[in-house]
Write a protein that binds this ligand. Structure first.
Ligand code: GTQ
Length: 374
């Protein structure tokens, strides 16, 4: 009989008609769009330093630097995001690469709207030049390359120089805000005294009167020296209790605003004394960690990620995590995150893990790729 078409068939027919006309019924898709908790495709991952290092040194043998190969960088590719075709994503918002510059080389000047930070891993005698000023880089330093500033890297030392690059690649791509421009010169002209920003602003407590009218962005301080960071963490651990979730930790700040050193990429250094086992919590912001010193592990959503000096690992959004220093010396974890952006947009939330006295049961151990060094 003609009128025996079921209600379900009528609806299915209607959904097909909508789809053909590039429309959709919200009542079947609301839960997909407006999720109860952050939905994302990011899985945690860990890269061993010896694996990265081996491939990086090989790139040094293979690749000369030039205008068509501006940066010798091996980047972290999160496999869960590669499956989605997202190239150069460590997390949904952040990129991290490991850059190698050899003595005498120049990584040519350019600028882009992505913000960039460098965290120095190995070597000395190399500099990053930002808008006419060279800043020499030493192990453990954080160097800023604010969005749309001209920057090149040069090496006047004798040993290979290796550092971490952190950029907000995923964030800028999603906001379709990427612009890029090469500088006409290989190395930009140097117009200011070397290390000027560090010398004038490292104290963070003073501002030259000639700069009273300067706005807070970009940060007038471009380099954060490891000595100072380490000293501050030392004093923090003498003066106060550790943060239950982060141990002794500091955010790098812009001295003029008191906000994040880079307005989009958050930067944090944490110290975990031997035996420290932090409480688990989760937050919306995502992070890429680099182990500056120490051995231990981080439990992410029940899975144990064992780390030692040089390793990198990814913390996805809204994921339970806790850190453990399993070694006999202080551990230092440097990390970049997207917290400044989430806070600006009022999207950040944090939740402590309440069960089992605040520590997650371990349900698995991550097996990293280990390349024997040659
Ligand atoms: O050194 O300017 O890892 O532009 C990725 C993009 C480094 C850099 C990266 C870049 C740079």
């Amino acid at each position: 009989m003609a009128n025996s078409v079921s209600e379900e068939e009528i609806f299915n027919q209607y959904y097909e008609e909508l789809e053909q006309d590039q429309l959709g019924p919200l009542w079947t898709k609301l839960r997909y769009m407006v999720t109860k908790e952050p939905a994302h495709d990011v899985e945690p991952y860990l890269w061993k330093w010896q694996t990265i290092h081996k491939h990086l040194l090989r790139s040094g043998e293979l690749l000369p630097l030039g205008r068509d190969s501006e940066r010798r960088v091996v980047y972290l590719q999160n496999p869960s995001l590669m499956k989605k075709g997202l190239i150069g994503y460590a997390t949904n918002t952040l990129y991290a690469g490991i850059q190698l510059l050899l003595p005498g080389e120049v990584a040519p000047a350019h600028r882009h709207t992505q913000s960039a930070i460098r965290f120095i891993i190995e070597g000395d005698g190399a500099f990053t030049a930002v808008d006419g000023e060279k800043t020499y880089m030493e192990q453990g330093d954080l160097i800023l390359t604010p969005s749309w500033t001209w920057h090149d890297h040069g090496h006047e030392g004798k040993e290979p120089m290796i550092w971490m690059d952190g950029l907000d690649v995923g964030l800028v791509r999603n906001l379709a805000g990427s612009f890029y421009e090469p500088h006409p010169d290989n190395a930009q002209p140097v117009t200011k005294p070397d290390n000027g920003s560090t010398l004038r602003y490292a104290g963070g407590s003073y501002r030259p009167v000639t700069e009273r009218k300067k706005r807070g962005y970009p940060s007038p301080l471009l380099a954060y020296k490891w000595e100072k960071t380490k000293g501050t963490l030392h004093h923090l651990s003498q003066l106060q209790e550790a943060d239950p979730f982060d141990g002794y930790a500091v955010d790098y700040i812009n001295p003029l605003t008191g906000g994040s050193a880079d307005p989009r990429i958050g930067t944090t250094m944490q110290k975990l004394p031997p035996g420290m086992h932090t409480q688990a919590h989760r937050h919306v912001h995502t992070a890429v960690y680099h182990v500056l010193e120490g051995t231990g592990y981080t439990v992410i959503n029940g899975q144990k990620f064992e780390w030692s000096k040089g390793d990198f690992f990814v913390l996805p959004p809204w994921s339970w995590h806790e850190h453990v220093n399993a070694g006999s010396r202080d551990a230092y974890l440097f990390s970049i995150n997207d917290r400044p952006v989430l806070e600006m947009l009022d999207l950040e939330k944090e939740q402590p893990y309440e069960e089992h006295n605040g520590n997650q049961p371990i349900t698995g151990i991550f097996t990293p790729v280990v390349q024997e060094s040659e």
